[in-house]
Structure formats: C-alpha cells, structure tokens
Design a protein around this ligand. Structure first.
Ligand SMILES: [Ca+2]
Length: 123
C-alpha cells in the first residue's frame, strides 16, 4: 500500500508541474490573442487562410493536407498536427516556418491549435 501512496503523490507532483508550464501568464490573465496564417506554398506564398482559434479539421475549410508554410501573428505558439482532431504527429511552431518540409510535416497538416492551452478535446 505504501507503493500506491507514493505513486499517487508522484502523479500529483507531475500534474502541478504541468500546470505551471502550461500557465506562465499572471493569475487571472486571459491567454494572449493569437492567430496563424497558413499557406499552401513554401515561403508564405500561394493560397492562404488565417485562424485565431483551434481548427479540428482543415478539411472543413478545404485546406486539408496542403499547408507548406505558416506565420504566427501574436504571442502564442501554434501546434500543427498530421491528422484531424489533433492526432498523429504534431509539431510546435514558434513565430513562423517558411517550409514545413524541414519539420517533415509539409502537405500533411489536418488540424492545428494555439498554445499555451490544454489541447482541445476531439469532437
Ligand atoms: Ca493529414
């Protein structure tokens, strides 16, 4: 039983640490506004769309598996995921990426969300 207690305490410690990382903003502050511009060509060219909130399915906006470069507007990073509902391989974008081929996720992104927030629940 002592082992179980130690494991439970350890889990609490991890949860507290994760909360501290996910919420660096002052207590009560809203997450900073953010947006991301996505392009279907490298170097911020081609067809583009702008998002200011999570997108569980890029297919719904006719932009599935085409993103080649991205530019973040605002103070929060964004995470791009290979499959819809934030599944599969995911990469974090800081400021911008002129060619997603460098992250090996070009032409594969199907969902995206801004951080720091908990990953949105799948729908
Ligand atoms: Ca995909």
């Amino acid at each position: 039983m002592k082992f179980v207690t130690a494991a439970a305490l350890s889990a609490v410690g991890i949860a507290i640490a994760a909360t501290a990382i996910a919420a660096p903003a002052p207590q009560g502050a809203m997450p900073a506004p953010t947006a991301i511009v996505v392009f279907d060509q490298p170097n911020f060219k081609g067809r583009s769309l702008t998002f200011d909130r999570s997108v569980p399915s890029l297919a719904k906006v006719n932009f599935n598996d085409v993103i080649a470069s991205v530019q973040v507007k605002g103070g929060r990073d964004w995470v791009l995921c290979e499959h819809r509902n934030f599944m599969g391989k995911c990469v974090r974008i800081v400021v911008k990426e002129k060619n997603l081929k460098r992250l090996k996720i070009d032409g594969q992104v199907s969902s995206l969300y801004p951080v720091p927030v908990a990953p949105p629940k799948a729908r």
